[in-house]
Design a protein around this ligand. Structure first.
Ligand SMILES: *Cc1c(COP(=O)(O)O)cnc(C)c1O
Length: 388
């Protein structure tokens, strides 16, 4: 609890995102060390948190970037990402966005359909460039996570399915401005059941073999992101178990000589270092329950409303005994509720409330709904050198 120095916050407008920079650095170091040991390459999934100060820190630790829009590519490059380590995924890349990727000579376009491959070929030809592409394969694996963050089942819109591979190969013969360099997979997010990753490996092996038998020995295999974090106990497990995660791949993936394994972690890198800090506006005593009405709402952190996601909630101003509250925001939507029946220390107007594990898919998803201000970032240490 004393990790939050609330005395420093008296003049800061709430709600705000608070980032524990030391924890982020430790997480980066752990992930990078575990990957380096095994020769794996990491591309941070920029969409999880595109805060420029954090991006600079992440890229300076040697991570590449995994982008899902042209603007993410531009920001990643501006914040120090090496274009030779930028991947670009997404089912609906526009001509402008593909142009940005080509102009920056990025590492790889992860293609999600044959029409997209045809379009990249046309645009590359016009710029007299060769585009490196991977095909994103939909491996039909159940990520056993929330349906909105599951992407690797055959009914999802993502990727190219096995029955289209023959057609892909035929097309590649004609599309002369494409260089086919890899296979890409990403089956979902917040995956905590490690057997899912073992299953992904088995699928990857058979696809990799299929392409090799047809003369395509690909330089890289990219298995995406998806490693989950502990939303229940952020203080017990502040750094995800990257060693166990990578060793699942080490044990199950079969690479051919010269092939490199790539990953695209997002949430596992940034989730635990961030908290949404809010103040209690009112405590309302209902008939059967108490409501803690806080000044943060779904416009600041949408995950609970969008995916029924759980964030650990703490009153970091109170030392009184625990009572039970529904913690709700001020926005005119019934879904603007962070959690029900939360055990909080006895709460009063003005107390600071921390919504933990909010570093991923938090600040980056904030909106102006109800014309509210976008919450500002506050850092545990001076990030001057990293603020652009
Ligand atoms: C979102 C995404 C990621 C990151 O997923 P996390 O669950 O945050 O690790 C990686 N790759 C692709 C293609 C994505 O869309």
């Amino acid at each position: 609890m004393n990790k939050f120095n609330t005395e420093k916050w008296t003049n800061i407008q709430t709600p705000f995102y608070y980032y524990d920079v030391d924890l982020l650095k430790q997480t980066l170091e752990t992930a990078k060390n575990e990957a380096d040991k095994r020769g794996y390459i990491l591309h941070y999934a920029t969409k999880a948190n595109a805060n420029p100060a954090l991006l600079k820190l992440i890229f300076s630790a040697g991570f590449g970037a995994d982008c899902v829009s042209g603007n993410e590519i531009l920001r990643s490059v501006k914040c120090g990402a090496d274009p030779k380590l930028i991947t670009f995924a997404g089912v609906g890349k526009t001509d402008r966005e593909i142009g940005i990727g080509l102009d920056n000579s990025i590492f790889c376009f992860n293609c999600e359909s044959i029409p997209e491959m045809e379009n990249i070929d046309v645009l590359a030809k016009a710029k007299h460039k060769i585009a490196s592409i991977a095909i994103r394969i939909n491996p039909d694996v159940d990520a056993k996570t929330h349906e909105y963050i599951s992407t690797g089942k055959s009914e999802n819109k993502f990727g190219i399915s096995a029955w289209d591979f023959e057609k892909v190969i035929e097309k590649l013969e004609i599309l002369s401005n494409l260089n086919f360099t890899g296979l890409h997979f990403h089956v979902g997010s917040q995956i905590t059941d490690m057997s899912v990753f073992a299953e992904v490996c088995l699928r990857v092996n058979s696809f990799n073999q299929w392409f090799k038998e047809r003369g395509f020995l690909l330089e890289h295999i990219n298995v995406g992101g998806g490693l989950g974090i502990d939303y229940q106990n952020p203080d017990k497990n502040p750094i995800p178990d990257f060693a166990s995660y990578f060793s699942i791949f080490e044990q199950n993936i079969k690479l051919y000589p010269g092939q490199k394994l790539h990953f695209e972690p997002g949430r596992s890198i940034v989730a635990q270092c961030g908290s949404l800090i809010s103040k209690v506006l009112y405590v309302k005593e209902g008939k059967s329950k108490n409501f803690a009405i806080i000044d943060a709402g779904m416009s600041d952190l949408i995950r609970p409303a969008l995916y029924k996601a759980h964030h650990h909630i703490e009153n970091i101003s109170s030392n009184k005994p625990y009572l039970v509250y529904d913690v709700v925001g001020p926005i005119c939507e019934s879904s603007d509720c962070f959690d029900k029946d939360v055990k909080l220390r006895e709460t009063q107007r003005g107390d600071f409330i921390a919504l933990r594990s909010a570093g991923a898919y938090g600040e980056v998803m904030a909106s102006q709904y109800n014309l509210r201000a976008i919450p500002q970032p506050v850092y545990s240490e001076n990030l001057q050198e990293f603020v652009p």
